[in-house]
Design a protein around this ligand. Sequence first.
Ligand code: ARG
Length: 466
Amino acid sequence: EHLALWGGRFSSGPSPELARLSKSTQFDWRLADDDIAGSRAHARALGRAGLLTADELQRMEAALDELQRRVDSGEFTPIEDDEDEATALERGLLEIAGDELGGKLRAGRSRNDQIATLIRMWMRRHARVVANQLLNLADALLVQAKEAGHTVMPGRTHMQHAQPVLLAHQLMAHVWPLLRDVERLRDWDKRVDASPYGSGALAGNTLGLEPVAVARELGFTNVTENSIDGTASRDLVAEFSFIMAMAGVDISRLSEEIIIWNTQEFGFVRLDDAYSTGSSIMPQKKNPDIAELARGKAGRLIGDLTGLLATLKGLPTAYARDLQEDKEAVFDQVDTLEVLLPAFTGMIRTMTFNTERLEQQAPTGFALATDIAEWLVKNGVPFRHAHELSGACVKAAESRGVELWDLTDDDFIEIFRGFVEPDVAVNVREVLSTEGSVAARAGKGGTAPNRVREQIMSAKTLIEQL
Ligand code: ARG
């Protein structure tokens, strides 16, 4: 049995230790459907090349149908002796079609070009699933942004109050990276849209098979231009893996924000009970586990990528068995994201904001100091001085333990003396409101309500296009 693939020059089968090491069916069996699709296309290529008669081709296709049926029903699964999914399926085909006919299918292909094709097919299919899940998450954020209306919140840099922003603006800041991840997947798909089938082990095939037709049947527009590259390169797997890791990191950054917003001290957001967990000992606890798992899983998504890159780094350019290691990395990433994203999106859709608290916190911590400086600029003060005068306002307020708007008219007149006339100085109050502050940031991409509305519209259009 174990001699099925390469018995000729060997006097014994693999040692049990080798067989155990070499075996990959425990993770590559999920490529079985793609493998059978490849076999169907390959059988037809053999037929067109005159290497299978019309009758043989028909029987071969019937045998592959039966094999697919047995795989679907679970009747046929890999056994201990099968090295990989391809070995197992070959055994299954021989059982159904007999050695004579079944043994003809292997002509002109190698597991090297097969596996390189199958991983592409698998990634392309799951790229669409993950992209749709990412779009759902982007949509959930967008809906929250719409509902947030004109609610303002403290915008932070270095985690310190910086300038007030619309809650919608902050939420939308997480939408754009997710949409770029989806765009990356769409763009990657153009590069991966080439089939290595027909590359053989590395040099191509002698049998006059047409790889173009096989490629088309497997959903590819093109055939790889170089059979060595087709079988040995894994940059497209690494690129896919990067996009998965990047999406994980983008979700992790949003998670971190939600975890902080959800603390008692912040109290900005409330998570729905169905998307929170409790504690086995502390009855009062309600924990943001989904966000924490997302943040944690970003670590393993990055690990999968770095492991893969490390595997590829020293490889000479043609197939080496190391390349088998590519699969678990991307399988793990896709499995992780496909389970994580629906839960995460549910959490986002159902969370509610404490808008009163957000509004109340928004201008505190002297978050309107920039507005004072820019008001001074509009009144003819060079920014260098304006920055200092506004800083002096902060200093005065801080020393008295009050906020900027608590300073008196006399305070402003005194601080601005020599730069702004007293009757003008008191008008600085115009900009000492969060509403005025956000409305003033009206350039494209700014947090002014009408700009944010435009932003939401263009994100919506993009989500529909993607
Ligand atoms: N299972 C291998 C892989 O996943 C493909 C088999 C190629 N093996 C070989 N000895 N050439 O990469």
